[in-house]
Design a binder for this molecule. Structure first.
Ligand SMILES: C[S@@+](CC[C@H](N)C(=O)[O-])C[C@H]1O[C@@H](n2cnc3c(N)ncnc32)[C@H](O)[C@@H]1O
Length: 120
């Protein structure tokens, strides 16, 4: 799969759809993350983070002593995610352009994959 094969496409309209979807599903997403065992202090990898909504939600759950790395193939989505991160004053999230198939997961003993609503 190369970058042009992504089914939802890459456009401003798609980014806005993701933001609306995240708002709509936020309570369910939070429950899913808690059920998955996301707690304070964790380091979490959000695979296919898009414009960052799940990363931001996880960042609140892990707190300032935890951290989130959001990875995505889409450089434009990551630019918007970074603008949104800065605007919200979130300091424990970092975005990186990377392919999920080759991402370095670091210390896997302390890492959980978020990746909600991702279609990779
Ligand atoms: C449906 S969007 C979900 C975005 C975000 N998780 C959310 O819930 O708002 C899926 C994302 O996965 C990314 N993606 C697809 N294939 C990928 C790959 N191989 N590596 C990294 N990201 C990928 C897309 O660029 C897109 O931003």
């Amino acid at each position: 799969m190369d970058d042009t094969d992504y089914a939802f496409g890459r456009s401003r309209a798609e980014y806005e759809r993701l933001i609306e979807q995240a708002e709509l599903f936020r309570p369910l997403t939070e429950r899913m993350l808690l059920a998955a065992g996301i707690t304070r202090g964790m380091q979490v990898l959000d695979v296919g983070c898009g414009v960052g909504d799940v990363s931001f939600l996880v960042a609140a759950l892990v707190g300032p002593e935890g951290s989130v790395v959001g990875v995505d193939l889409d450089a434009e989505a990551l630019k918007l995610a970074e603008v949104r991160r800065t605007a919200q004053g979130i300091t424990n999230v970092e975005f990186r352009q990377s392919d999920a198939r080759s991402v370095d997961s670091g210390d896997s003993s302390t890492l959980r994959w978020a990746g909600s609503y991702s279609c990779l």
